[in-house]
Design a protein around this ligand. Structure first.
Ligand SMILES: Nc1ncnc2c1ncn2[C@@H]1O[C@H](COP(=O)(O)OP(=O)(O)O)[C@@H](O)[C@H]1O
Ligand SMILES: [Mg+2]
Length: 306
């Protein structure tokens, strides 16, 4: 794709922020900034975790904003709302899609309402009888904060007596905590750019699940397999399901849908990421590469979704 990069004017790349994923976001932001500068786009990085974002966005005259913020206070609709108010076009999902996708619980309610497959779950509160949770979901099960990323605060629970501790841990990260039926099977992730599905990546980790270590430590032997090894019709089915799930929560432009397939081949949707990682080791760039789109070009394609 040949693009006239002066067309973008001055671009602010928002990165960092204050969420649990700050460090990953700084890496994503720097990689995006480098890609833009490589292509002679007039881009500037802004760390939103320091000082007033409103002041930073208004002290310069920007034409477009690339959001490379992960997690709350960046991926969740709040920054998107500010940019709407300032009349600045930005990458990715709007306020509604960002906010809804940030909340795994409400995302699942929307999918359930539409008949899209997602593992059954229950809300956990101080008053929940954990025995009832096990009766409903079986064991093992996953306990997760509704609004965190990078597997933060998440546990796999093998016995009813472990739920309390898993709940306490998850609650440190969000008021809303869910228990979800555990899916034993193969994990996939479907990347979406310009509302099109890229090749699916299969994930294999020797760890209990794809946790923070598996995601970000180089020595965990997590394997990313792309092409996924799925039969072409299955690959297409999962791509279509992921796109449907993405659009269902009001997400637009680009993102990533995490899903699993159980032993029977049934697919189960886990979550939508509206600002997935964008380091050169991240999954969307990997899927783009498999589709013949290099990192620099991918960044421009995402910018084109503003
Ligand atoms: N219901 C589930 N069954 C089995 N594994 C799960 C389930 N939910 C999450 N996991 C594992 O935990 C990881 C992180 O979960 P996910 O819902 O994608 O949250 P996030 O990536 O935002 O932390 C997944 O990639 C998967 O390895
Ligand atoms: Mg995930």
């Amino acid at each position: 794709m040949t693009v006239n990069t002066t067309h973008w004017g001055k671009v602010a790349v928002l990165m960092g922020g204050t969420s649990a994923e700050r460090d990953v976001s700084l890496k994503s932001g720097r990689a995006v900034l480098t890609a833009l500068l490589n292509q002679e786009v007039d881009a500037i990085g802004i760390d939103t975790g320091v000082g007033s974002l409103l002041e930073k966005l208004t002290e310069n005259s920007y034409d477009h904003v690339f959001i490379a913020l992960h997690g709350r206070g960046g991926e969740d609709g709040t920054v998107q709302g500010l940019l709407e108010q300032l009349g600045l076009p930005y990458t990715g999902s709007g306020v509604l899609g960002s906010a809804l996708a940030m909340d795994k619980y409400r995302t699942k309610l929307v999918w359930e309402g539409l008949g899209l497959p997602t593992p059954p779950c229950v809300l956990l509160t101080e008053k929940t009888d954990f025995n009832n949770v096990v009766t409903k979901l079986g064991l093992p099960l996953m306990v997760k904060p509704a609004s965190e990323g990078s597997s933060v605060g998440m546990s796999k629970v093998n016995d009813v007596v472990e739920i309390q501790q898993a709940y306490e841990l998850a609650k440190q990260f969000d008021q809303v905590v869910i228990a979800e039926k555990y899916i034993s099977g193969v994990e996939y992730t479907a990347s979406i750019v310009q509302n099109q599905s890229l090749p699916i990546i299969r994930l294999e980790t020797p760890r209990v699940f794809y946790d923070y270590e598996a995601k970000y430590s180089d020595n965990t032997q997590t394997r990313y397999i792309c092409p996924s090894g799925l039969a072409p019709d299955q690959e297409t089915t999962l791509q279509q399901l992921a796109l449907q799930a993405f659009l269902a929560v009001g997400a637009t432009g680009w993102g990533r849908v995490d899903l699993m397939c159980d032993a029977t081949g049934q697919a189960w949707l886990l979550e939508v990421n509206t600002v997935p990682g964008m380091t050169d080791h991240s999954l969307v760039p990997m899927a783009a590469k498999a589709a013949g789109i290099d990192f620099d070009n991918l960044v421009l394609q995402i910018l084109a979704s503003t």
